[in-house]
Write a protein that binds this ligand. Structure first.
Ligand code: AMP
Ligand code: TRP
Length: 332
């Protein structure tokens, strides 16, 4: 069976941006790609490339797993697991490091950006992060990898490494293809629509909706979102970034087009529009929270993660032994 695989870092509580840009998209892909198996893992080894508080990290890992399930992924066609529980990722990461050149890793824009911002804070693991990411993907011979465009360069490196290995040691890896998450669903900060809604924001932030915010807080954040003085519901990112962002959220949840939304609110002010949007978002997130609350402390969540660990370990261990054999190391 062909595999679609993606990883998510458990840093912070996911936002409405993550939900509309990533989580909801997985559910859509799973419904569309019916003859694919889905592998989703919590990339906790990637998270520790920058300092984390262990207590928070442990909670974030569990929250994220529960939120993925709460979004409506079909458990029957899903392998959900925690990266650090499948030790072949580290083993394969080491193989990929042996295959990567310093120059290649130095060219990664994510690394370069962090180096400019805080050169003393860049760990060796942050530098080799793309080799571990290639390992995550190649271990399972994933055919498609759905990610945002910020991960495009890492995916290209993964393809280079797969081809390099295949050329040197014979056909071993499926060369994966990127499945770019459709843009358009780039949700902006509600208080400052010039920047992306991001989970690294302060948790008190009024501009960022977290999936675990109480529903009344979510409604309040939407009602106090920054707009403009024209008071006409019209999509115009350049001149009306605030209302356009709110329309993007409206459209992503209801599937109404921008012109349909404009028509619906013709002659009405922002108050009506925001009031409706607040209800729509609260209803959607409310459903996710309801399922989340059922699952977060349940045995079922551990069972799903145990099954995921077993299935992933089985595939990944077989693969790493094959690779060690090809490399001539160990006695495999
Ligand atoms: P991050 O929170 O940056 O680790 O991103 C995790 C996933 O959520 C990636 O696939 C991003 O493309 C997506 N994502 C993050 N923030 C947003 C946003 N504001 N709007 C849409 N998608 C987002
Ligand atoms: N690097 C990805 C991110 O920052 C997360 C990730 C780690 C990943 N390993 C992966 C994504 C493998 C897809 C496939 O968002």
């Amino acid at each position: 069976m062909n595999i679609v695989l993606s990883g998510v870092k458990p840093t912070g509580i996911p936002t409405l941006g993550n939900y509309l840009g990533a989580l909801k998209n997985f559910v859509k892909l799973q419904n569309e790609m019916t003859d694919y198996e889905f592998f989703i893992f919590i990339a906790d080894l990637h998270a520790i490339t920058i300092p984390q508080d262990p207590k928070e990290l442990r909670a974030n890992i569990r929250n994220l797993a529960a939120l993925y399930l709460a979004c409506g992924l079909n458990k029957e066609r899903l392998t959900l697991f925690i990266q650090s529980e499948v030790s072949a990722h580290i083993e394969m990461g080491n193989v990929m490091q042996s295959l990567s050149y310093m120059g290649e890793l130095e060219r990664m824009t994510q690394f370069k950006d962090k180096m400019i911002k805080n050169p003393n804070g860049v760990t060796a693991a942050l530098f080799t992060y793309p080799a571990l990411m290639a390992a995550d993907i190649l271990l399972y011979d994933a055919k498609f990898v759905p990610v945002g465009d910020d991960q495009k360069q890492h995916l290209e490196l993964t393809r280079d490494l797969a081809n390099r290995f295949n050329n040197r040691f014979g056909d071993t890896f499926q060369v994966p293809e990127i499945l770019l998450t459709k843009v358009g669903a780039r949700i902006k900060d509600l208080q400052d629509p010039s920047k992306k809604m991001s989970k690294s924001d302060d948790s008190q932030s009024k501009g960022c909706i977290y999936l675990l915010d109480p529903l009344n807080v979510i409604k309040k954040k939407i009602k106090s979102a920054v707009t403009d003085s024209e008071a006409i519901v019209r999509y115009d990112v350049e001149n009306k970034p605030g209302i356009s962002n709110l329309m993007t959220i409206y459209s992503a949840i209801t599937n109404l087009s921008f012109s349909e939304i404009e028509k619906k609110y013709e002659g009405k002010g922002y108050g009506d529009f925001k009031g409706d949007l607040a209800e729509i978002v609260a209803e959607e997130i409310g459903k996710v929270q309801e399922k989340y609350n059922q699952i977060i402390n349940s045995k079922e969540l551990d069972e799903i993660l145990n099954q995921g660990r077993e299935r992933a370990t089985q595939i990944a261990t077989r693969k790493i032994h094959k690779i060690y054999h090809k490399l001539g190391i160990g006695r495999f």
